[in-house]
Design a protein around this ligand. Sequence first.
Ligand code: GLY
Length: 379
Amino acid sequence: MKDTTFTRRAAILGAAALPAIRNAAAQARPRAVVISSANRNNGGVNCCAKAMEILKAGGDTLDAVIAGVNIVELDPRDSSVGYGGLPNEEGVVELDSSCMHGPSRRGGAVGALRNIKTPSKVARMVMEQTDHMMLVGEGALRFARAMGFKEEDLLTEESRLQWLTWKKSLRDGSGHNNWGPGIDAPPSEQRKAAVLREIKEMFPNASEELLAEAWENAIHPPHGTINCIALNEKGEMSAVTTTSGLAWKIPGRVGDSPIVGGGLWLDQDVGGAGSTGRGEENLRVCGAHTVVENMRHGMAPKDACLDALKRVSRNFNDDLKRLEPIDLNFYALRKDGECAGAALWNKASVNATRGAQFAVCRDGGESRQENSVFLYERK
Ligand code: GLY
């Protein structure tokens, strides 16, 4: 005969323990978290807020991250991504993007894509509508046309100004430049003033701020980029990276952003990672994949990113002088919602007023920028 006294007592005890068990389960359940690179004009914050809105409405994590980065791709003020991105050496904007969808474990990418404002959407189409992983150049553009994307000129007046400033800043071995006034070109110490005077004549309405930025970008070609990673309450994850790549690049150059495993990697059993900055250095350490594998082996997101940055440093024998011009950032989101941004240097330049940051939005709370950890400090 069954001991009913015991089962009744067990049932009472079990019922009493239920709230505690539910609480523990709730704590163990992944929260919804979105992270991204910071980007100018609040681009990262707006990206994460949009992605979180979609997650909270029950949307798919890939829909969320792509809608988030679309804001930045379509914003001509961000000269490192999408429309208004700085062009290649011929003045043509070429865009790169990759995406990964955690639940289906699939990915897609495009490289050196011209005339389409939202390469992240084309990367997704490569994933969903082809048996391929990556399309580049003319083939990627033809594919985008076939998928109904509208072709547009991606070069804004601001990015044309910046491109011409770069062309005028160049000199051959004898100090000559075909894009300047010729053999009477001013000596190099006056080059900046002369170039900016010529540019101002061509663009009379250009602000001093834009001229200063154009000169800085001519001397130190930037990489930019936005990376965004999302985790929903079901533990599903997706990620995307999109960029106009290195300013003034040789046509056809692709960096790390469209390389699955380089500028982006995701395994929702572990987490996701992405990067911004000098893609060539990231590719030499297979950064995003390295970060995720580091987390798989137990490292916290910030340590996983710092380890990848140490590998970059190792490639330069830890020579800080050679590393000085390199700008590289990693972003990591673990499946339990723990996240980090990490930079090679504490800030982009000695004169930068703010340190390296990334954007994050947790559980529908405020989307904001938080400090990244860093490997080296600029003196
Ligand atoms: N990380 C962007 C690039 O190097 O193209």
